[in-house]
Design a protein around this ligand. Structure first.
Ligand SMILES: *[C@@H]1O[C@H](CO)[C@@H](O)[C@H](O)[C@H]1NC(C)=O
Ligand SMILES: *[C@@H]1O[C@H](CO)[C@@H](O)[C@H](O)[C@H]1NC(C)=O
Ligand SMILES: *[C@@H]1O[C@H](CO)[C@@H](O)[C@H](O)[C@H]1NC(C)=O
Ligand SMILES: *[C@@H]1O[C@H](CO)[C@@H](O)[C@H](O)[C@H]1NC(C)=O
Ligand SMILES: *[C@@H]1O[C@H](CO)[C@@H](O)[C@H](O)[C@H]1NC(C)=O
Ligand SMILES: *[C@@H]1O[C@H](CO)[C@@H](O)[C@H](O)[C@H]1NC(C)=O
Length: 263
């Protein structure tokens, strides 16, 4: 979309301590460049830091996985601005995928895109568009390997290997009043893509890991997915009771929201 007008001025970036809370970051917790056992509930986990920023400029995760030398291919998007009003610092999006229940090698590509604006120096127009930066890794599924460890994936010695992308919400430009349909400001296109991410801020403890596993299993069981061992009715009741514990609500609600929209 093209709009006439001048890009007026860059707003001030508040110093230092405020910057982190104005950065929305998405970290790919799992999978990594690693080998995992085939599973009918293969976990794909993203962490979203400062998810409340997502209400503006429509940040979206795009995820694609292609089998190397094979025909399996999945492609999904997740709109971070939809759903719950989120006051938590970190939100986990978990997808227990059914497709990786065989041995293979896979290329995972993902991106965090957002609506941005930039000034065309020649025409003096403000352009609006979505900006992407895709990142990839390869993972392998092989019988007899160790299952992914959600807690270990965020350990201090491995967390920095997570692929991460961030949007700095302080990079605002004023939009001329003539274009006020889009609000008083827009997110300026960076001249260089942001490289400062902090995936090590995300920690998954054992109770969060158990909640995520339980939520993925319960989604798979609700869909009668083949090859999944489902809890007995008694432990199902126990599991749904634990859903209402406030500490775990975001993990579980977000987990099932994503699982239902993607599975
Ligand atoms: C992925 O792991 C393999 C084997 O450990 C290694 O050779 C390769 O360089 C790694 N790739 C990346 C992008 O880290
Ligand atoms: C993918 O390949 C496998 C064997 O390599 C075949 O059985 C399957 O039908 C193929 N699936 C599609 C969607 O083409
Ligand atoms: C989130 O909060 C805003 C303002 O507080 C409200 O307008 C909106 O309806 C809420 N959205 C949801 C999904 O609860
Ligand atoms: C547009 O102009 C600004 C300021 O004059 C300059 O910093 C920037 O590099 C220019 N951008 C392009 C793409 O030429
Ligand atoms: C891996 O395990 C599955 C299920 O046990 C089996 O069907 C398959 O043949 C095994 N693959 C190899 C290469 O051994
Ligand atoms: C585990 O993590 C969850 C979610 O991040 C948090 O709410 C909970 O307080 C943590 N539990 C402990 C014992 O640290």
């Amino acid at each position: 979309m093209l709009f006439l007008g001048l890009l007026l001025a860059l707003s001030q970036v508040p110093c230092c301590w405020a910057i982190n809370s104005r950065t929305l970051e998405v970290d790919l917790v799992l999978p990594r460049n690693d080998t995992y056992p085939p599973s009918p509930i293969f976990p794909i986990i993203f962490a979203v830091q400062n998810p409340s920023l997502a209400e503006k400029f429509q940040p979206m995760i795009t995820l694609q996985v292609h089998q190397v030398g094979g025909n399996l291919s999945i492609s999904e998007t997740y709109k971070l601005w939809e759903g719950y009003n989120d006051t938590s610092n970190t939100r986990f999006l978990t997808w227990g995928n059914s497709k990786f229940d065989f041995e293979g090698e896979f290329k995972l590509t993902w991106d965090l895109s957002v609506d941005r604006c930039y000034m065309d120096n020649k025409t003096h127009e403000v352009n609006f568009g979505r900006f992407d930066e895709f990142e990839s890794l390869f993972f392998t599924t092989k019988n007899g390997t160790s299952p992914p460890d959600f807690v270990a994936a965020t350990d201090d010695d491995t967390c920095d290997k997570a692929l991460a992308q961030a949007i700095n919400y302080a990079d605002l430009s004023k939009v001329p009043a003539s274009e006020s349909t889009y609000g008083p400001s827009c997110l300026a296109a960076p001249t260089t893509l942001p490289k400062t991410t902090s995936p090590c801020n995300v920690k998954i403890n054992s109770s969060a890991a158990a909640s995520m596993s339980a939520a993925m299993t319960s989604t798979a069981c609700a869909r009668d997915r083949a090859g999944v061992t489902c809890p007995t009715p008694t432990s199902k009741n126990a599991a749904s009771k634990s859903n209402s514990n406030t500490g775990d609500v975001w993990i579980l609600t977000t987990v099932s929201l994503l699982a239902y929209s993607l599975a």
